[in-house]
Design a protein around this ligand. Sequence first.
Ligand SMILES: *[C@@H]1O[C@H](CO)[C@@H](O)[C@H](O)[C@H]1NC(C)=O
Ligand SMILES: *[C@@H]1O[C@H](CO)[C@@H](O)[C@H](O)[C@H]1NC(C)=O
Ligand SMILES: *[C@@H]1O[C@H](CO)[C@@H](O)[C@H](O)[C@H]1NC(C)=O
Ligand SMILES: *[C@@H]1O[C@H](CO)[C@@H](O)[C@H](O)[C@H]1NC(C)=O
Ligand SMILES: *[C@@H]1O[C@H](CO)[C@@H](O)[C@H](O)[C@H]1NC(C)=O
Ligand SMILES: *[C@@H]1O[C@H](CO)[C@@H](O)[C@H](O)[C@H]1NC(C)=O
Length: 414
Amino acid sequence: MGIAIILITRLMVIPHTTLQKDANRITESRKFIIPIKHTKHLMVSAFIDHRFIETIRVISIIKRDSLQPLYCICCSDDVCHSVKAVVQIYRDHFGFAFGASDMLCQGKDIQNATHVAVSTTANISDVHNMDFLPIKNRVEHETFRFNFTVCVSSLFGAYNNVLQFAQTMEMYKLLGVQHVVIYNTSCGPDLEKLLQHYRREGILEVVPWPIDQFLTPSTGWDSKRHSGELQYYGQLVTLNECIYRNMYQSRYILLNDIDEIIMPKKHANLSLLMETLQPKHRNVGVFIIENQIFPKTVFEETGLFKRPKWKNIPGVNILEHIYKEPDTAKIFNPAKMIVDPRSVVQISVHNPVKVLKDIYRVPVNVSYVIHMRVPRQKGLTKKQLLVDIRVWDFEKQLVANVDQALESSGIQKN
Ligand SMILES: *[C@@H]1O[C@H](CO)[C@@H](O)[C@H](O)[C@H]1NC(C)=O
Ligand SMILES: *[C@@H]1O[C@H](CO)[C@@H](O)[C@H](O)[C@H]1NC(C)=O
Ligand SMILES: *[C@@H]1O[C@H](CO)[C@@H](O)[C@H](O)[C@H]1NC(C)=O
Ligand SMILES: *[C@@H]1O[C@H](CO)[C@@H](O)[C@H](O)[C@H]1NC(C)=O
Ligand SMILES: *[C@@H]1O[C@H](CO)[C@@H](O)[C@H](O)[C@H]1NC(C)=O
Ligand SMILES: *[C@@H]1O[C@H](CO)[C@@H](O)[C@H](O)[C@H]1NC(C)=O
């Protein structure tokens, strides 16, 4: 009795060389999501969080109504320590049974750990090699591989909106984006070819996201309207994972959906935009960018960009949709964000939740989100919509680059 209590309440030190060696080998080849044994919870990724003292952050998915005490088993080359996990379920769970969560493992003995498992007991013998995640972000950097990374949350179903995806990727390249991360549950056959093309090109990182093998994700964000166990294929989990994954890789991260482009209104690209904004707002880490809705049901009438070459390419042609809905006091426009990831602790879909710096709402005459979707304000006539031809400014290069991407990916014959 006495021994058991001591073992659970104090840090446990167990040399475990073989376990560790195997854990290294196995986690390399493992899938991305790991179930926590004897629970319904899942863990996704582990990072050292240098902004807090002696902290390892494990991004996870928690069954909200059955949270029991959990322990982090943190191992380095030759030793494992277990500490009690501090579970912080994100406030935005949208009513679903499962919620995005952080589990914090804290203590000075775990500083050198390279792998972590989460367990219902502090007893190391209960954990197997397969249960470990590698601990990432071991080293802080102050120079970055990329200036701009775009994080796109989960791709699912038979999504095959090829033309819009190619146009969006090429637009982002023209705007100065060097890295795009996308979480892939599944997609349509042509989009698959395009993903492979951009991955070969080096700009796209496709993260496997087989969430549907572990629970039933919902296809929408609201549990009252969409059934399922987790909001929108785990959108909050992937967005936050992407922030930590790129924390020391990218100066800025753009968080937006696959059908959205964060567009500077006057600046030629994102570098010029941020070189203007950041010095004016030195202590800002989150720039909120407002959406403007371009209904994909409304077309410009000259047919200028109805190109025969694209006739058989599935998807929306963003160059054909130049009408946008006006602002009204009645409808609140949702927003997306450009963030300095090192200032973000936790983020939701449209707003930051925990940040270490200030937040600034960027005026729509400086930057806005071009969001092409079904109409939001229903029943507006063309006359009531506003014309916005900003995407045409990129027309020449955009068209040529999209053609090239469609050819290289084998979707369009030369
Ligand atoms: C971590 O590793 C460093 C360098 O090897 C060592 O000096 C330090 O004592 C280790 N810390 C712990 C808590 O094991
Ligand atoms: C830990 O688990 C092992 C194997 O299940 C068991 O033999 C051992 O007694 C346990 N230790 C404690 C302190 O509960
Ligand atoms: C990022 O932008 C800076 C100037 O703002 C530039 O010097 C640097 O080369 C850019 N880095 C990359 C990877 O493009
Ligand atoms: C942004 O635009 C400026 C001015 O046209 C250009 O000098 C710069 O190279 C561009 N930067 C990127 C990253 O495209
Ligand atoms: C996306 O996921 C599906 C389903 O697992 C897989 O078949 C496909 O190859 C993946 N695509 C890429 C580019 O990784
Ligand atoms: C944006 O609009 C505001 C007024 O709404 C104006 O003061 C500001 O000068 C405008 N900025 C630009 C870049 O046009």
